[in-house]
Write a protein that binds this ligand. Structure first.
Ligand SMILES: Nc1ncnc2c1ncn2[C@@H]1O[C@H](COP(=O)(O)OP(=O)(O)OP(=O)(O)O)[C@@H](O)[C@H]1O
Length: 434
């Protein structure tokens, strides 16, 4: 019993040392994961913005940034390896030390005649088996800690509670497309301080079948209104209603079927033009696709492409020009016959002629949808039925083009500056031609 007691007293030491080293291992494993993620981010960012990198001839700069990041990962990996070596080494040493002490203590008991040499040999044989089992468990321990460290981030994301309320249940067969912002107040989660409120008590109405333009200087909160309409965020106060019912009471899938958004930085996939236009609406017929493409003023140029609708758009739409990309995106939005169409600087890359064609087609639709138009092109904005002017998250003025011009406020000022800029561009072009 004395030797058993002696063995049991040694166990906490065998347990404590690997535990301490295991903690160190776990912390390092988390840092390795973070460092690897940063290195991958540099590589992904560089490859996806290769044109910008090359046009600034900064290949060496990006290589250096990646090398520095990898060096950081490498030094963390070295620390991790040292931790691993230390933990296996301390495991072996502590169990070996225990064996030596038991042999020594057993030897003295045999000399004193308390224990027979046969009993000592059988005890040591049992103890060896026991120690190798404990050692086996301890050897796996650092790997378990490393796995815990590596998976910590995954569980962090899995355990996050979404801030948006659960999906609603409404999916009515007919929808008017009447949108009302009622005293909406919003700030982004990262900037919750009072002075960073992006929308302050905004109330506006998008009437069914009408085009409403939302204009304002940069950072006035126009795109934020679109993000709220898409339910990417929730207003902190006030409510957005669709056909008189709160937006969040509608089914998410239904809402995204009825609301189509085309933004300035539209993304095409590395697939055929046909697949891009039918994206998320694969059951659409070719007739529907042609109709949408014609409305978006895209049909003619698509027919001129080498394989027409089967032409590959290239990665991120890299095989087609900016304006063509925008027209394909508009066709992609129109094919689902949305009840609400949001154009957020969607025609910024189109020339005046094509822009005119797109808007003329949209305005002349028989089954017209509610259109929210965000644009810096005042010649386009003036075609809207109603114009809302947003300034620093507050609605400054609203009315028709004529009414706002007469008022002589912010809108009239924007129109004046736009015309002056346009005139200067025309003069420059004339000078260049002559
Ligand atoms: N995801 C975000 N997180 C934090 N702040 C944001 C985010 N998106 C926009 N903002 C901030 O919200 C404000 C309004 O931005 P928003 O994009 O709505 O303006 P905008 O009127 O559409 O501008 P622009 O005409 O330049 O597109 C800006 O101050 C911007 O910095």
């Amino acid at each position: 019993w004395k030797m058993t007691l002696f063995t049991c007293m040694g166990l906490p030491i065998i347990w404590v040392i690997p535990k301490l080293i295991g903690q160190f291992h776990q912390t390092i494993a988390i840092k390795v994961q973070e460092s690897l993620a940063k290195a991958n981010q540099v590589a992904t960012e560089t490859f996806s913005n290769m044109k910008t990198v090359r046009s600034f001839a900064n290949e060496d700069g990006e290589t250096e940034r990646y090398r520095r990041q990898l060096e950081d990962t490498y030094s963390l990996n070295k620390k991790e390896a040292v931790g691993y070596a230390a933990s296996t080494w301390s495991n072996s040493i502590t169990t070996l030390a225990l064996k030596v002490f038991i042999l020594y203590y057993g030897g003295t008991l045999v000399t004193r005649g308390t224990v027979s040499s046969g009993d000592l040999v059988s005890f040591i044989l049992y103890e060896l088996q026991f120690a190798s089992a404990v050692e086996g468990v301890m050897r796996a321990y650092p790997d378990v800690r490393k796995a815990i460290g590596g998976s910590q981030k995954i569980f962090e994301y899995l355990d996050r509670k979404p801030q948006t309320p659960p999906d609603g249940t409404l999916a009515p067969e007919t929808l008017q497309g009447h949108i009302q912002f009622k005293n909406v107040r919003f700030s982004y989660p990262v900037t919750a301080e009072e002075n960073k409120i992006v929308l302050k008590d905004v109330s506006l109405e998008l009437k069914p079948g009408q085009t409403t333009a939302l204009v304002g200087l940069n950072r006035s909160g126009k795109t934020t209104c679109v993000k709220l309409l898409e339910r990417f965020y929730q207003p902190q106060a006030g409510e957005i209603q669709l056909d008189g019912k709160p937006l969040q009471s509608y089914k998410d899938q239904y809402l995204h079927d009825k609301i189509a958004v085309v933004s300035q930085d539209c993304v095409l996939f590395g697939r055929s033009v046909r697949e891009n236009i039918k994206y998320g609406y694969e059951d659409a017929s070719d007739e529907e696709m042609h109709r949408a493409a014609k409305l978006a003023s895209a049909h003619d140029f698509i027919m001129g492409l080498p394989s027409q609708y089967d032409t590959d758009a290239g990665e991120k739409g890299g095989q087609v020009a900016g304006g063509q990309k925008q027209r394909i995106s508009i066709a992609r939005a129109l094919i689902r016959r949305p009840k609400i169409l949001i154009l957020d600087n969607a025609t910024s890359d189109l020339d005046v002629e094509n822009e005119h064609q797109v808007y003329q087609a949209l305005l002349n639709q028989t089954n017209r949808c509610t259109v929210l138009l965000i644009s810096n092109q005042m010649n386009v904005v003036e075609k809207a039925n109603h114009i809302v002017v947003l300034s620093e998250g507050v609605i400054q003025e609203e009315g028709s083009h004529g009414e706002l011009l007469e008022k002589g406020g912010l809108y009239a000022d924007m129109v004046r500056k736009y015309k002056m800029g346009f005139q200067r561009k025309e003069e420059k072009r004339n000078d260049a031609q002559s």
